[in-house]
Design a protein. Structure first.
Length: 271
């Protein structure tokens, strides 16, 4: 027995698996387990104490933050659709801006397109209406001209107010002209020319006796003036379409507050 014990001890020493580094891999030491368990307990106690010390408002905010982050990372379907339509509108408007500058594909026709746009400015229409009103001698003519003047003034004020609220820039960085500043048509949404020509064409179709060819030409004029603003890069497509809608609504408003011939005569006499 005494001889066998030294032999077993020698075998144990020669066995590689009995070394301390290999024993730590297969059979963790008790000291390590105890230290790990104690550290876990201490961290758990510290977390519980921290949770107790935090205010209820802070706990609610910490619970709400992941939800808010998810809402920002996952926008709604309406937001995605709106941004997609807005991107398509900007892209199509830039492609249709063929007269935005002299270097564009239709840059040579820019002066002609600008001349077409002048026919939809508010200042020439107001000046022409005032001249016709001074020269008119019939009550029916004065009634129509006074209400037309009212419609033009309402158009300028409504469009200027909407543009100040929206403050949308055009697809190209183009400075407004002198007549644009006079009519306060400095922003893109809605298009002032489009709303004005839509209101004028509807007004003339309702209150003037025109032949069918003239009616068709009047509608074509309104469409050409509206989309000419896209061609020179001043407005987006949605700006022009919304301008047409606002122009029709302005016409309906003027029809609701239509001034009678007696009212028009009184205003003319005061003026």
């Amino acid at each position: 027995m005494p001889a066998s014990q030294p032999r077993s001890r020698a075998r144990d020493r020669n066995n590689v698996l009995n070394r301390a580094e290999f024993l730590s891999l297969n059979q963790p030491l008790k000291g390590n387990q105890e230290s790990r368990s104690s550290s876990r307990k201490q961290s758990g106690q510290a977390g519980a104490a921290g949770a107790q010390n935090t205010n209820p408002k802070e706990r609610r905010q910490s619970q709400q933050l992941p939800e808010e982050d998810c809402m920002q990372l996952n926008p709604s379907f309406k937001g995605i659709a709106f941004n997609s339509l807005l991107a398509i509108d900007i892209c199509m408007s830039k492609r249709l801006g063929v007269c935005a500058n002299r270097a564009s594909s239709w840059g040579g026709a820019r002066s002609m397109i600008n001349l077409l746009g002048i026919t939809g400015h508010g200042i020439p229409w107001i000046a022409g209406t005032l001249i016709c009103l001074v020269k008119s001698s019939t009550l029916a003519g004065q009634e129509v001209l006074m209400n037309l003047l009212l419609a033009l003034l309402l158009d300028i004020m409504i469009v200027a107010g909407l543009q100040k609220l929206a403050k949308r820039k055009g697809p190209y960085d183009i400075n407004p002209g002198l007549l644009d500043y006079l009519t306060m048509d400095t922003y893109a949404f809605p298009a002032g020319h489009a709303s004005r020509v839509a209101m004028l064409s509807k007004f003339f179709l309702n209150h003037l006796v025109l032949a069918i060819p003239l009616r068709i030409l009047l509608v074509l004029w309104a469409l050409c003036v509206g989309f000419s603003r896209v061609m020179i890069g001043r407005h987006h497509i949605t700006d022009v379409l919304s301008g047409f809608v606002f122009g029709y609504l302005q016409f309906r408003l003027v029809e609701l507050i239509w001034m009678s011939s007696n009212t028009c005569r009184l205003l003319i006499s005061i003026w």
